[in-house]
Design a protein around this ligand. Structure first.
Ligand code: NDP
Length: 282
């Protein structure tokens, strides 16, 4: 079998186009334009690229976007003051504080101060809790993107055996909870899992979020499985995922490439979350 390649770039573009249409409708019917505030503290080059891409995506879908660039020595109190001000603004529906923050700032305290109904990154404990009890409001963007790729690539989720390799708070755990919400039978693996290969071979849906280049081998893949590779690893040969792509594609029904799979989905889901936040404010 040679797998269908799940085109994350195209799916991301489709979702952003859907959001743009909904923004037009919202403007026509309610006179409301969704607003996203993105806060960047310091000059981390990777964060600057992410923030600029988010701003560009906002402009494309028709959101108002406001970018705050604060100096690296900003105090925790000053950042929280800004968050509180944004919480109170009717024209701002989503607030995103770009992580990581400089050492003098406690990330947890900052995230706790974001109004959960504007927490479009889905990192506030209230939103994590809503996901755990099966009533998600804002799901963090990368995990939400994983589920969207599965659905749009035609994966059968109901009753499927889903294996998630990785249990981080930002990817593995929320992906596992979302798969449970889709009625998969979910197994979460991590660095202490015994015979990982045997567990992966049971997977109808396999999500790899490990951060180890090509750790999931082609012969760990069940014939006909759908594979979502969240890993982004820089190697001498360029970017590679956590899955041995060529060999896995021989056995899988469908697989995401790296790059061009999960990566582009994060921004698309941020746009969708911001639209939802504006909708909640109606
Ligand atoms: P973390 O390092 O936080 O978590 C990695 C997980 O993998 C841990 O649960 C760890 O287990 C597990 N693990 C590590 N080694 C092994 C092993 N040998 N066997 C089984 N499990 C193992 O990573 P993240 O979740 O933050 O990210 C994972 C990958 O996804 C990275 O490559 C990252 O760059 C990428 N990523 C991509 C995004 C995107 O596309 N937009 C967004 C976020 C992440 P244990 O808990 O036991 O230590």
């Amino acid at each position: 079998m040679t797998a269908q390649i799940i085109d994350g770039k195209q799916i991301s573009a489709d979702i952003r186009a859907e959001v743009a249409l909904d923004v037009q409708k919202m403007q026509e019917e309610h006179g409301l334009t969704p607003g996203l505030a993105v806060v960047l503290v310091g000059e981390d080059p990777a964060s600057q690229v992410y923030v600029n891409n988010k701003e560009k995506a906002c402009n494309e879908v028709g959101f108002n976007s406001i970018k705050y660039e604060l100096p690296a020595n900003t105090s925790e109190d000053d950042l929280i003051k800004l968050v509180e001000e944004l919480n109170g603004r009717a024209d701002i529906h989503g607030i995103l504080v770009q992580l990581p923050l400089p050492d003098q700032i406690d990330e947890e305290r900052v995230l706790l101060n974001i109004d959960p109904d504007k927490d479009v990154d889905g990192f506030h404990p209230m939103n994590v809790g809503r996901l755990v009890v099966g009533a998600p409001v804002f799901v963090s963007c990368t995990p939400a993107g994983v589920i969207e790729l599965l659905k749009r690539s035609g994966a059968e989720l109901e009753g499927a055996n889903a294996v998630v390799v990785g249990r981080s708070n930002i990817v593995g755990k929320p992906v596992a909870l979302l798969l449970l919400g889709e009625n998969c039978t979910v197994t979460i693996c991590h660095s202490r899992t015994r015979d990982l290969a045997a567990v992966c071979r049971q997977a109808d849906v396999l999500v790899a979020a490990v951060g180890v280049p090509e750790m999931v081998k082609g012969d760990w893949v069940k014939e006909g499985a759908t594979i979502i590779d969240v890993g982004i690893n820089r190697t001498e040969d360029g970017l590679v995922g956590d899955v041995e792509f060529e060999a896995a594609a021989e056995r899988a029904r469908a697989i995401t490439p790296v790059p061009g799979g999960v990566g582009p989905m994060t921004i698309a889901m941020l746009m969708r979350n911001t639209l939802k936040a504006a909708d909640l404010a109606l």
